[in-house]
Design a protein around this ligand. Structure first.
Ligand SMILES: *Cc1c(COP(=O)(O)O)cnc(C)c1O
Length: 373
């Protein structure tokens, strides 16, 4: 029996969620966002499973190093790098056959120069900013930039895309609809100027779940692949399969008397005689200190509150006056199902004042990932 924490990742559930995205996308191709270690689930293992299952036709990363890891692991799917690439990284990026994002003339020229010196034709996707205000060309510049790509013998305009900041919430419906309409007109202008563009895409998870995707032919789901909705208010148009089971072990159980405090800062005082379990998990594992006196864990199918501050390696639970029969060595479930109880990453995110994306990204490398399904 392992005494350490473990994050179990259900690859079957990931592929099922991708199938759901594919159904929602109604015939469009699917790009699975696997940046940031597949949102904390394991870049290579998740990507390999997706490639074997054939549930996505593309992968999406943020860094050249992520793309290189995929190639080193033998992943052959096309990989889009969402972010812009520094000139000094271009040679490595092209060697890894990453499809690069471009958004302005200097960026296009830099990729063209790197492609020329590598003696190849680099496929690029032109990013258009329709309202995210992060990266992307102004819509009015898109045609000129598309021409610049199309006219360069070392570049191929493989894609045109945009990003949607509020596709996941009811309040954002109008803004998103306007963005998609603007993007449609930019895409039409670009096609008229340079001919057909193989891949035209806009939809993140929020848009896959809640929007009409027009003439786009590729979708880019991330968080829904990992079983979470981007926001508590996102329409649950499809039920997603939970992917994670995060566990740790109870290390110690003892009685605490009424009036005694527990943990650093003495932030919790027992209101009555009670039993307290110490679990081998802490913020050093990515169980956020923001869960101090707020989180809960499941042991033996029952829910117990976190009491006192989450420490780096250990966290305390109030078991109540009868100790719940919990003893050292028992499994504590941080995320997942136990008996009739379940904790989803969305619940933890809400307690932390963040989004489910961050909950799994925070799980540190000292928590081994184990793959099932
Ligand atoms: C991360 C990312 C996505 C996926 O977004 P989700 O909200 O996780 O579905 C899609 N497109 C781009 C450009 C991204 O950076």
């Amino acid at each position: 029996m392992s005494s350490a924490s473990e994050l179990r990742v259900d690859l079957g559930a990931i592929n099922e969620n991708l199938r759901i995205a594919g159904e929602r996308a109604a015939g469009r191709a699917v790009l699975a966002a696997v940046k940031a270690d597949a949102y904390g689930h394991g870049l290579v293992e998740v990507s390999r499973s997706i490639q074997e299952a054939g549930t996505a036709q593309w992968l999406g990363v943020a860094l050249v190093s992520e793309g290189r890891q995929l190639r080193a692991a033998g992943i052959t799917l096309p990989v889009l790098k969402f972010t812009l690439t520094c000139p000094d990284e271009l040679a490595d990026a092209l060697e890894a056959q990453l499809v690069l994002t471009v958004a302005d003339q200097p960026g296009i020229d830099a990729v063209a120069a790197a492609a020329a010196s590598a003696g190849l034709v680099a496929p690029v996707h032109l990013k258009v900013d329709t309202g995210m205000r992060r990266i992307g060309a102004e819509p009015g510049d898109a045609v000129a930039l598309a021409r610049r790509v199309a006219e360069n013998e070392h570049l191929a305009l493989d894609g045109l895309y945009t990003h949607l900041p509020v596709s996941d919430v009811p309040d954002g419906v109008d803004f998103t609809r306007d963005q998609l309409a603007l993007f449609e007109s930019v895409a039409a202008d670009v096609r008229a100027a340079v001919g057909p563009v193989p891949w035209v895409h806009a939809a993140n998870s929020g848009a896959v779940l809640g929007h009409d995707l027009g003439s786009t032919n590729l979708v880019r789901p991330g968080i829904m692949v990992y079983g979470s909705y981007p926001d508590p208010e996102t329409p649950h148009t499809r039920e997603l399969r939970p992917v994670e089971r995060w566990t740790a072990r109870v290390a110690f159980v003892k009685q605490v008397r009424a009036g005694e405090s527990v943990g650093y800062g003495r932030t919790w005082t027992a209101p009555r005689d009670t039993w307290v379990a110490t679990v081998g998990i802490g913020y050093g594992d990515g169980y956020s200190r923001l869960l101090s006196n707020r989180g809960r864990m499941l042991v033996g199918g029952r829910s117990y509150p976190v009491v006192g501050r989450v420490c780096m390696d250990q966290t305390m639970l109030d078991l109540g006056p009868d100790s719940g029969g919990v003893s050292a060595g028992d499994e504590a479930v941080l995320v997942g199902r136990d008996g009739g109880e379940e904790i989803r990453t969305a619940e933890i995110a809400e307690l932390m004042g963040t989004i489910p994306y961050e909950v799994t990204c925070l799980v540190t490398s000292r928590v081994p990932r184990r793959y099932v399904g």
